[in-house]
Design a protein around this ligand. Structure first.
Ligand SMILES: Cc1ncc(COP(=O)(O)O)c(C=O)c1O
Length: 401
């Protein structure tokens, strides 16, 4: 049986997989089972930010594997504690960290922490538990994070959903204000909506959210699982907004391909959790933590500034494509998190690019999503733009100017 037939027979059909069969990956490239090389502008959904199988990451995790691969959270693991210290220092003074295995788990922790904090900090009407989320958002696939996700397609068949997540309009502060009541404890938002089609929040909106949360003694939670860890040219996306949240969540690229999620909370709310309130057997795995510590070392300001330069170059080339192809409605994004919104479905374009050795994906039917590794060069940008241009021209010649 072929690998596709085996997958079809033995796996639950939860993923619509592309035709690519991956054999190996290095830096910004991936090779398939036939030895064909691809330029990867997807990085495993914004995961391998410092490049696939980064040499420094490999060296570090190999030495950790030789020491120990698991340590119960009932004991101390030096690499885990070191990572917590580094993340806390990077975020806000007095910050405290919880380490999990995935993005959904990091958000689950944020939701639980907010609810516990709302229990300890009630309004006159009693404990507070309601969380304001946003239409078009995505926060994960556990039951609570699905309920917090503002896209109906993820809610199908799962009702009754966990209650007390309410939805405001993204980038509309008045819609947030209207939802606040004496049960509201937090606002949870992606600074750049990823799965929703790459929509960056406006600067004023994020600033207004901070003001509204402060005024009403509510927590501001940023889900930076897709847009964080260098993706926007800053370590945190919120650094582009000059606003600090009370809780920030990360996962995906934190350990550059090994499972790790982190919830970092300010002093104001972190101490709401006490022994026994939350936990995870694997959370903060020592090999994943070693990888994350190496990622933090690599991702210094020189590294991030270099990725920003390439981002500027990529945006300028995409703008030229937009003027050439009327099929492109809009180019959106920040840093190396970019959406190309088309007036038609993007599936054929994605398939064409793959056949020419470029990995991109499509979200929300019409948005080509570019999430390359942060180590791509201008030459890589030229190669990618040539293929996308060719795809748009060949597949939709009448729509090219
Ligand atoms: C913004 C955001 N939050 C949460 C998640 C869930 O992360 P995970 O798949 O690691 O559970 C994702 C995944 O795409 C995401 O983009």
């Amino acid at each position: 049986m072929s690998i596709k037939q085996l997958e079809n027979q033995y796996f639950m059909h939860t993923y619509k997989r592309g035709s690519l069969i991956i054999k190996k990956a290095k830096n910004q490239f991936v090779w398939d089972d036939k030895g064909k090389k691809y330029l990867d502008f997807f990085a495993g959904i914004s995961v391998c930010n410092v490049g696939h199988c980064n040499d420094f990451v490999i060296k570090a995790i190999k030495s950790q594997v030789d020491l120990y691969m698991h340590s119960s959270n009932l004991y101390y693991s030096p690499v885990q504690i070191k990572l917590g210290q580094e993340l806390a220092k990077k975020t806000f003074s007095g910050a405290k960290v919880f380490l999990a295995n995935s993005g959904a788990e990091a958000n689950e922790c944020a939701i639980k922490l907010a609810r516990k904090w709302g229990f300890l900090n009630p309004s006159k009407a009693g404990k507070r538990y309601e969380i304001i989320c946003f239409g078009n958002s995505f926060h994960g696939r556990t039951m609570a994070t699905t309920a917090a996700t503002g896209q109906k397609k993820f809610h199908e068949y799962l009702k009754p959903l966990q209650k007390k997540f309410v939805f405001a309009k993204f980038n509309d502060i008045e819609s947030v204000k209207k939802l606040i009541n004496n049960k509201t404890v937090a606002v949870m938002v992606e600074p750049i909506q990823g799965e929703g089609g790459i929509f960056p929040a406006c600067k004023k909106f994020i600033k207004d959210l901070r003001t509204v949360c402060d005024k009403n003694n509510m927590l501001l939670i940023f889900d930076e699982i897709q847009c964080g860890v260098g993706r926007t040219g800053k370590f945190y996306a919120f650094e582009n907004y000059d606003v600090k949240p009370d809780i920030v969540t990360m996962a995906k690229s934190l350990a550059n391909g090994l499972p790790l999620g982190a919830t970092v909370a300010s002093k104001k709310c972190a101490d709401a959790f006490i022994y026994g309130d939350h936990g995870s057997t694997f959370g903060g795995n020592p090999v994943s933590c070693t990888s994350a510590l190496t990622v933090l070392k690599i991702m210094n300001s020189k590294f991030l500034n270099k990725s920003l330069k390439v981002s500027k170059y990529l945006f300028s080339k995409l703008e030229l494509l937009r003027t050439k192809h009327s099929i492109i409605r809009e180019i959106r994004g920040m840093g190396l998190m970019i959406g190309i919104d088309l007036s038609i479905s993007g599936k054929n374009i994605v398939d064409y690019c793959l056949s020419k050795g470029l990995i991109i994906t499509c979200t929300h039917e019409t948005v080509l999503r570019l999430l390359p590794t942060l180590i791509i060069t201008k030459q890589d940008v030229d190669a990618a733009i040539k293929i996308i241009d060719e795809a748009l021209t060949n597949l939709h010649p009448k729509l090219a100017a």
